[in-house]
Design a protein around this ligand. Structure first.
Ligand SMILES: Cc1ncc(COP(=O)(O)O)c(C=O)c1O
Length: 392
């Protein structure tokens, strides 16, 4: 008997689904060095261009000098330090919620919130295209787990009719692989009508969306009652790392008591919280970043439409180009790379079978000239790809 990992890996290669890690040999930003090659990258989630910002780096440096480098223990033992606490208060203020609770990663925040709120006898209803961490959380919770049609309040309403126990409706705010924005007002209405709670993971909305970067909830002006459980991650537009859940005092106290991924892990380095406090300040006050990003999104969509690319219905920095076939998506990505452009091909199981795509992401650190270079590269590759049959 053997695990036969070699056969499993070979099958993955044959399906064009084998994943490899590009080696980044420079800081994050539009201009990177990957596997020894200088490239212009359009695939990170650093939407506001803060991951390599001098003031954020300085805040981290000063934080390390003052607080040391390690969290030292879990929050409930002796790992909850003043910078963590100050960051939680600033995040509560950003979200307009009474409190916020810091988690080490977004994956853990989602796992912690869902499993603390529902269990056997309860129901979790999730959008079909939710992020993997939300789907995993639903499955692991032990609650009855069902998915509704993508961003479809009518499909949600049908599922709500048969829900039992405490019911949690869970959705991405901005869908991570499609870039579209959840119809939160309608989803909130359905959830509230049935006494269910709506949980929103706005990992990709904080920063780009909302007048002050407060994400989808600010964008739609939704109350605590509409969205009782709000998740944000700090590794994307905030440019650092970690995540948070924002909500009522009772919610946060319950997570502190019952969310195992919160309780049984070492707190993030306090200096990281110092850096995030600085990036939060920049996110709220430097409106030019959101405005520039919006201008780049318009420029990209206009140019891509002229080339005839299959864009998705997205008004966010996530601008996927639908390809369909996984092998073809990889080939497209390789052709771009040969021209000095890096755009990742996203394939199943991250997206549904037959919907492989190039996931273009734009950031405030890009210039109009760089977006123009991307458009020219895409136009060249489209020409060349026309000569290549499917499953090439
Ligand atoms: C929608 C969404 N939620 C959660 C996560 C996980 O966050 P983290 O990277 O902080 O674990 C991601 C991606 O990383 C995401 O795209």
């Amino acid at each position: 008997m053997s695990f036969n990992l070699a056969a499993r890996l070979a099958a993955r290669r044959a399906e064009h689904l084998y994943r490899q890690r590009p080696l980044l040999q420079s800081p994050q930003g539009p201009k990177v060095v990957v596997d020894g090659q200088p490239l212009l990258a359009f695939c990170n989630n650093d939407y506001l261009g803060l991951a390599n910002h001098p003031q954020v780096i300085e805040a981290w440096r000063a934080g390390a000098a003052r607080w040391g480098v390690g969290g030292g223990a879990s929050h409930l033992v002796i790992g909850h330090s003043s910078p963590h606490h100050a960051l939680e208060e600033a995040l509560a203020d950003l979200t307009g919620r009474p409190r916020a609770l810091l988690f080490t990663t977004g994956y853990m925040a989602n796992l912690g919130a869902v499993t603390a709120l529902v269990g056997q006898g309860d129901t979790v209803l999730e959008d079909r295209l939710n992020h993997a961490s939300l789907l995993d959380a639903g499955l692991l919770s032990g609650a009855r787990f069902q998915r509704y049609l993508h961003n479809d309040p009518v499909s949600l309403a049908k599922r709500l009719e048969n829900a039992t126990g405490n019911t949690l409706v869970v959705t991405d705010g901005v869908f991570s692989m499609d870039g579209d924005i959840a119809d939160l007002p309608a989803l909130a209405l359905e959830a509230r009508a049935k006494g269910a709670w709506l949980m929103v993971d706005d990992a990709h909305g904080f920063g780009p969306l909302g007048a002050n970067g407060g994400g989808i909830v600010e964008h739609f002006g939704l109350s605590l009652e509409d969205v009782p459980v709000l998740v944000g991650t700090l590794g994307k537009a905030f440019g650092t790392a970690g995540a948070f859940v924002a909500g009522s005092d009772d919610l946060i106290e319950s997570l502190i008591q019952f969310a195992r991924p919160y309780i049984y892990t070492t707190s993030q380095p306090p200096a990281l919280a110092c850096a995030t406090l600085k990036s939060l300040e920049l996110l709220r006050t430097e409106h030019w970043r959101r405005e520039h990003l919006q201008a780049l999104i318009r420029q990209f969509r206009h140019g891509a439409e002229q080339i005839g690319l299959a864009l998705m219905d997205s008004a966010t920095p996530i601008q996927p180009i639908m390809i369909g076939d996984a092998g073809r998506a990889v080939l497209f990505s390789q052709m771009l790379r040969a021209r000095g452009l890096m755009v990742t091909a996203i394939r199943p199981p991250t997206v549904p079978a037959g919907s492989a795509r190039l996931r273009v992401t734009l950031t405030a650190a890009h210039s109009e000239a760089q977006v123009q270079l991307l458009l020219e590269g895409l136009a060249d590759c489209v020409q060349q790809l026309r000569a290549v049959p499917n499953h090439a």
